[in-house]
Design a protein around this ligand. Structure first.
Ligand code: PEP
Ligand code: MN
Length: 362
């Protein structure tokens, strides 16, 4: 990492330097020696928080469901030995009680729990009166309201230190990702809750080692506050998520290669150049609004004409022609078809709304 970056975590007392918060450790705790040997290797890499799953939510029964509470003293030992803050996943109030009794520093709520307001409320109720940092992973389905709701329930328990963890979203269609990142969702949550730090979990997004560097860099480019990356002393033989875990040595390389960007610069020359470019953006935004207004006026005229001549407002053939034409024009400008489709669907919908309103007002 070749830059300094101030993060919202700076006064949380869990981040040792001014860098993004780095959380690492195995998907699952397997044995005391596994925990200690990973800890020993992670010690000098700038890792702030050691993660390990004790209770593992598994899709199907009869697979490894975590070692359970016998793993808690291993993490206490690790803490004493290497000075890490520790984090585990909790899914119910029993987990919360046991974690707090074992001095776990941070509790995270997994994706399968964030989807369920009953579970979240149970966890929130069991947290009343303690101020332990809580990290809330996004729900498995792409639903920002649900993610926000989970955070609000935890806030309602009086917890002041809450972070969001972006681990991607489950979809039925095939993708190169294990869980599609859908970056627009965490960006939306950030806009709604600007004071909640955002951490990226590239391990569960990518599902494979080879993708971790690229996803982590993208998160840094989007000004995330930290990373949660699964690491293991012997990834190929890990008891869960073996394909996505990396060795501490691989983590070291990934962290060294990360380029951190700054939000604002002090350099006057760069500032001025940015100002010129931003003025251009403002100018084009005004033009766009202007053109959209003019287009809508024409749509209103068409609406009036259709109404007077008893023609239906929705004309599928005409819409097909518009779609084809705008996609071609967009491609000529290097604009993706998904972008053009979204923009013109919104414009078309607004035209229909206006034309329908005219009919009602008549
Ligand atoms: C995990 O962190 O190991 C885990 C189970 O994550 P998620 O809840 O994102 O699936
Ligand atoms: Mn995992």
């Amino acid at each position: 990492m070749d830059n300094k970056k101030e993060t919202i975590f700076d006064n949380w007392n869990i981040n040792s330097d001014n860098q993004p918060l780095i959380i690492s450790g195995p998907c699952s705790a397997e044995s005391e020696s596994q925990i200690l040997s990973i800890g020993k290797e992670l010690k000098n890499l700038g890792v702030d928080v050691f993660r390990a799953g004790i209770w593992k939510p598994r899709t199907r029964p009869n697979s490894f469901e975590g070692v359970g509470s016998i793993g808690l003293p291993w993490l206490q030992l690790l803490k004493r030995e290497y000075g890490f803050k520790t984090a585990i996943e909790v899914a119910n109030s029993k987990h919360v009680d046991q974690a707090l009794n074992s001095d776990i520093d941070i509790l995270w709520i997994g994706a399968r729990t964030s989807v369920n307001p009953f579970s979240i409320q149970e966890i929130a109720d069991s947290l009343k009166g303690v101020d332990v940092p809580i990290f809330v992973k996004n729900p498995i389905n792409p639903d920002v309201d649900l993610w926000q709701g989970a955070i609000e329930r935890i806030q309602g328990a009086g917890i002041s230190k809450i972070a969001a963890v972006h681990r991607g979203f489950s979809t039925y269609d095939k993708s190169v990702y294990r869980n599609k990142p859908m970056w627009e969702l965490p960006i939306e949550l950030r806009q709604r809750m600007p004071l909640i730090p955002m951490i990226c979990d590239p391990s569960h997004i990518g599902g494979k080692r080879s993708m971790i560097q690229e996803i982590s860099q993208k998160a840094m480019d989007l000004n995330y506050d930290g990373l949660m990356i699964e690491s293991h002393i012997d990834p190929d033989n890990a008891w869960s998520d073996s394909e996505q875990q990396i060795t501490p040595a691989q983590l070291k390389i990934i962290l060294e290669k990360l380029v951190l960007k700054v939000v604002e610069v002090d350099n006057l020359e760069i500032k001025n150049e940015l100002k010129v470019l931003r003025n251009q953006i403002d100018h084009f935004d005004s033009e766009l609004i202007n053109v959209l207004g003019e287009r809508m006026k024409v749509a209103n005229h068409i609406g009036k004409y259709k109404s007077l001549n008893n023609i239906t407002i929705l004309q599928p053939k005409r819409w097909e022609v518009i779609v084809k034409r705008t996609l071609e024009l967009g491609a000529g400008e290097g604009l993706s078809s998904s972008f053009i489709s979204k923009v013109f669907s919104a414009i078309h919908q607004e035209s229909i709304n206006k034309q329908t309103a005219f009919k009602i007002d008549k």
